[in-house]
Design a protein around this ligand. Sequence first.
Ligand SMILES: Nc1ncnc2c1ncn2[C@@H]1O[C@H](COP(=O)(O)OP(=O)(O)OP(=O)(O)O)[C@@H](O)[C@H]1O
Ligand SMILES: CC(=O)N[C@H]1[C@@H]2OC[C@@H](O2)[C@@H](O)[C@@H]1O[C@H](C)C(=O)O
Length: 379
Amino acid sequence: MKTPTATPLYYIGLMSGTSLDGIDAALIAIEGDSPPHLLATHAEPMPDELHRLLFKLCHAEQVSFAQLAAAEHAFCQCQAQAVQHLLAPLSVDIEQISAIGSHGQTIEHAPAGHSDGPAYTLQLDNPSLLAELTGCTVVADFRRRDLAAGGQAAPLAPAFHQALFGRADAHQLVLNLGGFANLTWLSSQPTDPVIGFDTGPANVLLDGWFALHQGGRFDQDGDWAASGKIDEALLARLLSEPFFQQPPPRSTGRELFHLDWLRKHLSGQEAAADVQATLAELTAVSVAHGIEQLRIGSGPLTLITAGGGAHNAYLMQRLAYHLPRATLTSPAAYGWPEDWVEAGAFAWLAHQRLHHLPGNLPSVTGAQGPRVLGGIYAP
Ligand SMILES: Nc1ncnc2c1ncn2[C@@H]1O[C@H](COP(=O)(O)OP(=O)(O)OP(=O)(O)O)[C@@H](O)[C@H]1O
Ligand SMILES: CC(=O)N[C@H]1[C@@H]2OC[C@@H](O2)[C@@H](O)[C@@H]1O[C@H](C)C(=O)O
């Protein structure tokens, strides 16, 4: 087994999350056992045509094999552009990068399978082509090994959260507000297991409802939501979804939470802005409920809040309201601005893979044991 050396090793992480808002690229350095460092970032926008195709795929709309191949090809080219644009302003050559960790694009996530069928999680990705286009080793397909070992295959970021934010002198809670929200509990006691799970939808429904009624990709700062009134009856109907009561390990995706799921709960009398306010409330309440499920006492808490939803001032205000004992902080205090934690996680997971180190946490995903995640595609 190779052990990490003390000379810095460089990795690139590529993350395209469930919000389909583009490809995030992060360059990180890992030196010995020290926490990883974020060196540079780039957000590559997704061409509209690719966004449309991926959106169709994510909603199980029928596409031909040719369209599927076109989506995969365009996605991979967008990833290669992200790498090029990340490195162009830096004095770093691709030869200095140990590997690119590619998450791929989640198309469907069904860790419990469907009606007696096998469990599956599908990420669109073409690591072979990415290795050709970049001339760099690519590590990909991180989730399926955890699934094969009986795990949920998600969330995977908690192991990285532990490497980055874990402290011996204080407990830490990490919240990611992406398309979906996931929580990580890091106890100050090193023998306590890390706990992590998806709490439910975050931006996925907010973005979908906003696009339908206001146009555009998202509700800037949550201004439209703030103009509405929370509909308590609708909120109660939304919260009756059994997922919110499920004990961890649990993970979810667009297969459960989508606009038709929302429509099913509407009476038809609601004002559109009130629905937006209620969706923000759904996220805030389900996160607060997830924290209660952790049973970590009633003392003060620090909640490190990452992901695009951390920019939604209204959502953050509602979170603070439901979590009066929590101090909400930014991961920027640790050198990782909120938008770059997940891309950093997949760079770190590539490092774990190259060094034959586990990438999953069985206490989080429910897998039968720690596993080395992903496959290696040499250039
Ligand atoms: N200024 C802002 N105001 C409101 N919302 C914002 C703002 N900036 C970003 N967002 C939200 O953040 C989303 C992107 O978040 P992020 O990139 O963390 O998601 P993701 O990585 O795709 O999701 P996941 O973690 O589920 O994979 C946008 O779609 C939008 O909803
Ligand atoms: C299957 C999948 O892509 N899940 C995502 C999604 O986005 C947030 C949440 O749901 C989390 O479970 C996961 O992503 C992060 C990176 C994770 O695995 O930790």
